[in-house]
Design a protein around this ligand. Structure first.
Ligand code: MG
Length: 434
């Protein structure tokens, strides 16, 4: 084949079209991959730090699967680290795809979290090389900051109302409300206030979980809160996949009149088929997804317009590369983002969430975690929450780092079962989804 003749000399190309130094210059390579395990807030976090051939240039990513952190560490240490060392840091997409395929059997929370640690750290590095926050690489700001929702809970309606009011006074407008069901081990409520307690054995003395009592109480809670707090405040609720699907449909219909911003996780991922049935019966907005790991779990729900808010935990689907594709896909179907963001998403994960929150036109809401001081010390550059919103600090990359010396002061706490989620049981002892 004849070689194409170059008709325009490079020197004739205007300066603004000349390639930037970096991708076309000498490669910047991955020199080392470090894994930092820390728990400043008592929650076991896994952070990946990629060091590069450029002195001082590094990136951080979140690989936190708090219930099984050691298996993620093994996946990175033994498989991904040797796979990526020496690679050019610029090639995020190729590194992601080759690493993803290299295990042959793929997907799942362990491998995806391991990949996410590498992937987020590479986006952090790319932002630093470009001298701009990562959201700029995603298209720039679509909003000034990301509105967040916070969690109010209590042992009774009055306590939930009181906590909601204190959040409203602090400037929050979106509040998730959960109340203890008397005598029941209830999700989302502090154990000291009658909430979730573990039932490790088939012991009749331990608090069971009673789905019937729960579905009787929740509509009364929102009747109370709407009357007390008025129409201006946005209320949210999380079923947490805890009740039989048909009861979730009944509850969704009863809650419709209280105009929730969204109702979360009505079904378990295993019961995805129920979304089609639910959608025909109520217009209550549905949020779903923190337990999803595989595209086949969430893509049909979007394309069939069965949910309103996509709530995946982005390290569980593989990191920022996958999440930005998912966000763009959701936009075409009118599905808004509401990335999972409790305390078991590290501050690095929150910073990654924020890059998408700021740049996606189909942003819905961001779940927030009010970072304790100790956590902020370990993670300099923690996103700031004020006026009910999460703000970027405008530093290049993800805008966050980890102080390894301070992180080392907070080793993992012991867990009773060496796996963090406590068993929940029906009154007859049958174990339930958490
Ligand atoms: Mg949830």
């Amino acid at each position: 084949m004849k070689k194409q003749k170059r008709v325009v000399a490079d020197a004739a190309i205007p300066a603004f079209w000349q390639p930037f130094p970096g991708p076309s210059g000498p490669p910047v390579t991955i020199r080392d991959v470090k894994i930092i395990q820390t728990a400043p807030d008592g929650i076991r976090l896994v952070i990946v730090k990629i060091e590069t051939s450029e002195p001082g240039l590094h990136g951080v990513g979140c690989a936190t699967f708090t219930q099984r952190p050691e298996v993620v560490v093994t996946a990175i240490e033994h498989f991904l680290k040797p796979f990526v060392i020496g690679r050019d840091v610029h090639d995020i997409e190729d590194i992601f795809q080759t690493a993803y395929l290299s295990s042959y059997w793929r997907s799942g929370p362990v491998l995806h979290n391991a990949l996410s640690g590498i992937d987020m750290a590479l986006w952090d590095i790319k932002g630093k090389l470009a001298g701009m926050p990562v959201y700029q690489l995603f298209g720039g700001k679509a909003r000034k900051a990301a509105p967040v929702y916070v969690h109010a809970s209590g042992s009774d309606f009055a306590e939930v109302e009181e906590q909601a009011r204190s959040f409203i006074e602090q400037g929050f407008r979106y509040i998730r409300c959960q109340v203890a069901v008397p005598g029941s081990s209830t999700y989302g409520v502090n154990p000291k206030k009658g909430g979730m307690r573990a039932a490790y054995h088939l012991d009749p003395k331990q608090d069971p979980w009673d789905p019937d009592a729960y579905v009787r109480v929740v509509p009364k809670l929102f009747d109370h809160l709407r009357a007390a707090l008025g129409e201006e405040i946005e209320l949210l609720h999380d079923i947490h996949e805890r009740i039989p699907p048909i009861q979730a449909i009944g509850l969704a219909k009863r809650l419709e009149e209280f105009r929730l911003f969204f109702l979360e996780d009505p079904f378990a991922p295993e019961d995805n088929g129920y979304f089609r049935i639910l959608r025909q019966q109520t217009s209550i907005p549905i949020a779903m997804g923190e337990l999803y790991v595989n595209q086949q779990e969430y893509v049909p729900l979007v394309s069939e317009r069965l949910i309103d808010f996509m709530r995946v935990h982005i390290s569980d689907i593989g990191g920022l590369s996958m999440a930005r594709k998912l966000a763009a896909y959701c936009e075409f179907f009118g599905v808004r983002t509401a990335w999972h963001g409790p305390g078991d998403a590290s501050p690095v994960a929150h910073s990654a969430n924020l890059q998408l929150d700021l740049s996606c036109s189909n942003f819905g809401i961001q779940e927030s975690n009010l970072f304790p001081e100790k956590t902020q010390e370990v993670f300099p550059g923690c996103p700031e929450i004020r006026d009910g919103m999460m703000w970027s600090n405008e530093r290049p990359g993800l805008g966050i780092d980890i102080d390894e010396k301070k992180a080392a002061k907070y080793p993992y706490p012991d867990h009773v079962l060496n796996g963090a989620w406590p068993p929940v049981r029906l009154p007859d002892g049958t174990v339930q989804r958490p």
